[in-house]
Ligand binder design. Structure first.
Ligand code: ZN
Length: 323
């Protein structure tokens, strides 16, 4: 009896330990299954995160390149609209305007003996390039003219103040620079005009009396009779200036600075008074790069570099015929 019960005990012990081992084995399998699943999830998540980041980067790059394409397109349209407007029969408006008045101004053609006056003008700022341009002008003790747009961020406010405090002329170039808004109607133009004038006055204390039409007075984008806008400026005792020398920086942001210098130098020799169209927008780095050498060349030629003032000869693409 005793031996049997002993055997029984051993057997049950063996069975118990087999059950235990089986359970342990199962647990191990379970653990390794969980571990596998966890690894799988981790790998999947990592791949997901990497893909998301890569997709975001791709998206950012394409947005950036689209932006710069849009910018180029805008510049091209602006260039084409001002250029085609300077061509023959380009003004389709049925009001009485004198075209290309600066081109027919024989009095402005320079002789060898003339001391030429050169007015460097910068449009579309303030931007991150405005400070750099102001620094360069300061290095050469040159005063210029800035036709500004309306911006109220801290940096832009600082730039308006610098332009005025450093002795340059501040002119208006519309608040928004959006053709479809500025030129939507005479009322829209007036509203925009008073907005930019007020911003300049509030930040600098200067009541600006100079204006440059976005796209020039010969632009083809205005929905409004330009002669109406000219008479409005006249009523406000504001003088508008176009340009007779183009640096070419409106055409492309990738223009070589040597090309900008050549464009300006080859034209300023023609006129007693040159108003040079340049831009201090954020993407006009080649203009900044060209500026020191350009100033050096002009100064070497004996040209006077001046800011626009009440004595500056009018350079206007179109004028009212009765003026
Ligand atoms: Zn402009």
């Amino acid at each position: 009896m005793g031996a049997i019960s002993q055997d029984y005990g051993v057997l049950s012990y063996i069975r118990f330990s087999m059950d235990e081992q089986e359970a342990i084995q199962k647990k191990r399998e379970q653990i390794s299954r969980v571990q596998r699943t966890r690894r799988l999830i981790t790998v999947f998540l990592s791949i997901f995160i990497i893909f998301t980041i890569a997709a975001l980067i791709c998206l950012a790059v394409s947005v950036y390149s689209l932006n710069s394409k849009l910018d180029k397109l805008d510049q091209t349209i602006r260039y084409l609209s001002t250029h085609s407007a300077q061509g023959k029969n380009s003004l389709s408006y049925d009001y009485d305007l004198k075209q290309n008045s600066y081109k027919t101004d024989k009095e402005n053609l320079a002789d060898e003996s003339d001391i030429r006056k050169v007015y460097l003008t910068f449009d579309d700022g303030p931007s991150s390039n405005t400070g750099k341009i102001l620094d360069i002008l300061d290095d050469y003790n040159v005063k210029a003219t800035f036709f500004v747009n309306g911006r109220t961020d801290k940096h832009s406010i600082k730039m308006y103040k610098r332009i005025v405090n450093e002795g340059h002329t501040i002119g208006m170039h519309s608040y928004t620079h959006r053709y479809n808004q500025v030129y939507a109607s005479r009322e829209a133009f007036e509203k925009d005009f008073f907005r930019i004038r007020k911003l300049i006055y509030d930040t600098t204390g200067v009541k600006s009396v100079y204006y440059r039409f976005p796209g020039g007075s010969s632009n083809k984008v205005s929905n409004t009779n330009i002669s109406d806008l000219i008479s409005f400026l006249d009523k406000e005792k504001v003088t508008y200036f176009d340009w007779n020398v183009m640096s070419g920086d409106a055409v492309s942001n990738e223009l070589k600075s040597s090309q900008i210098i050549e464009n300006v130098m080859s034209d300023v020799v023609k006129y007693k008074t040159s108003v040079v169209l340049m831009h201090d927008a954020a993407n006009k780095n080649s203009t900044v790069a060209a500026l020191p050498a350009l100033i050096q060349k002009l100064q070497k030629e004996g040209d006077l570099l001046l800011p626009i003032d009440k004595d500056t000869r009018l350079i206007q693409h179109v004028t009212l015929s009765d003026k």
